[in-house]
Design a protein around this ligand. Structure first.
Ligand SMILES: [Zn+2]
Length: 232
């Protein structure tokens, strides 16, 4: 669920595989999974725009191997030496096919590292665009994804005409970090430190903002559920 705080192990359990890479195109033939970070020391320049509705995700470098001294000095690869597509190439192809109407938008589950050992489930996105740009030194891939609600996680892509329905947004990293520090990494109701969730005090669907720490609090799964029940 979007906003849940989870560990790396829980992420792997949820996806049913060991997430060794940041980009995972159509895991098991279903949705794709990407790991993002916008921390100052993050290896890639991922960016959240439009108040959390849009994610611009950077492609990934050549892996470190013999003969590759500094991957950051090389163009990000579209193909492997053998000619098959890299994860950059696969996401790029899917985004371009979507853009020309050949297929629906790919569904991408996004997880975000907010601190060492602390990840959040940023929910599902649709992959709607991609391009190659210069970062000043070399060429990098950029992927545009939009946050969406109520996506089935059993398919790889949505029907061509049904994208852009039920758009959503994520809580910006800076707000998550502010809330985490203020609430001491604990449920504000009972002090539990596991199964935490970034909860909107006034729900997003009722006009509550995601952009201010004053409207976000940490709740454990139990207190998040009991609160949802009251609101419904
Ligand atoms: Zn609690």
């Amino acid at each position: 669920m979007r906003g849940n705080v989870i560990s790396y192990i829980e992420m792997c359990q949820k996806e049913g595989t060991s997430l060794q890479r940041g980009m995972n195109f159509r895991l098991k033939g279903h949705h794709s999974v990407i790991l993002m970070s916008i921390r100052p020391n993050a290896p890639y320049h991922d960016e959240v725009q439009d108040d959390g509705a849009v994610l611009i995700y950077e492609g990934h470098d050549e892996p470190r191997r013999k003969g590759v001294a500094n991957p950051k000095s090389l163009d990000q690869p579209e193909r492997l030496p053998g000619g098959s597509l890299t994860e950059n190439g696969k996401f790029h192809q899917a985004a371009q096919q979507f853009k020309v109407g050949k297929k629906g938008a790919d569904i991408v589950q996004v997880y975000e590292k907010i601190k060492a050992g602390i990840w959040t489930d940023n929910g599902f996105f649709h992959l709607i665009d991609s391009w190659i740009e210069s970062d000043g030194i070399r060429k990098v891939f950029k992927f545009k994804l939009i946050a969406v609600e109520n996506v089935s996680d059993t398919s790889a892509a949505v029907e061509a005409e049904s994208y852009l329905v039920e758009r959503s947004r994520i809580i910006p990293t800076s707000v998550k970090l502010e809330v985490w520090a203020r609430d001491g990494g604990k449920c504000v109701t009972c002090g539990a430190t596991d199964e935490l969730h970034f909860d909107h005090i006034v729900p997003f669907a009722k006009g509550g903002t995601s952009l201010k720490a004053e409207n976000i609090q940490l709740l454990c799964a139990r207190h998040n559920l009991s609160k949802s029940a009251k609101i419904l």
